[in-house]
Design a protein. Structure first.
Length: 246
């Protein structure tokens, strides 16, 4: 029984010493880093007006940066507040970037969206091509990369070629018909739509009279008949007067 009492007293002594001597305890209670943001996504207006993020951390310092591909994002730190802004968006498309916040080995990501500017689309209403065909460059203005250029069906004689950011080229085959022909081209960027009417002139006919002098009425009638003309009336055949044709 005495042995049991001695053992119990020994255990109590060790316990009391551990309470009275904090330096004797193992150093395993190092505070872990914390990092919290007030939002994980921001939407900025096209003008780029800044919005705020509140940073909560138990670290003495933190940093924020934007990846290289989002150079349009601007950052400014004040205390535990991060101001996230942007350059004005003149494009007709929304753009997306990111901001990374770091503290004590932790990292948090914020997605940043910026709304698009109103879509600008200006193009001519009509283009005239010559009968012999060939190419013609058409200029336009558009602030959206989502522009589409569509040629209406049925215009196999025409194609759209060599498109750049501000121009495209029309290539037309020769028009062997005497009548003009037309085609429609539609330019679309978002809700903006423009129609371009393409007209190719018909082949201009050249009619030369019979140049053999003097000629009999019969020879002239036969010559013109072979060209598809018909004698409507005639005057007395003399050296000065010849039949009239149309």
């Amino acid at each position: 029984m005495r042995r049991f009492h001695f053992t119990l007293l020994g255990v109590l002594s060790v316990f009391l010493l551990s309470l009275l001597c904090p330096s004797c305890r193992p150093q395993s209670d190092v505070e872990e880093a914390t990092l919290e943001l007030s939002a994980t996504a921001l939407t900025l207006p096209r003008e780029g007006t800044a919005q705020t993020l509140t940073i909560t951390t138990n670290q003495s310092s933190w940093s924020a940066f934007s990846p290289q591909e989002a150079t349009w994002i601007t950052l400014r730190q004040e205390g535990n507040t991060l101001y996230v802004g942007a350059q004005a968006n003149a494009s007709g498309q929304e753009r997306t970037g990111a901001v990374l916040v770091q503290a004590g080995g932790l990292q948090r990501r914020v997605t940043v969206h910026q709304t698009a500017a109103d879509v600008l689309l200006e193009a001519p209403e009509s283009v005239v091509l010559q009968a012999e065909g060939g190419s013609s460059e058409v200029s336009f203005e558009c602030n959206s990369d989502a522009l589409t250029i569509e040629l209406a069906e049925g215009a196999s004689w025409l194609r759209v070629d060599k498109r750049t950011a501000k121009t495209f080229t029309l290539v037309a085959e020769a028009n062997a018909d005497k009548h003009n022909r037309t085609a429609k081209i539609t330019l679309t960027a978002g809700t903006a739509v423009r129609e371009l009417e393409v007209t190719q002139l018909g082949l201009t006919p050249y009619i030369f009279p019979m140049l053999t002098f003097p000629s009999r009425l019969y020879d002239i009638v036969r010559y013109e008949h072979e060209r598809g003309n018909t004698l409507l009336y005639s005057r007395e055949e003399t050296k000065e007067q010849y039949p009239s044709f149309r």
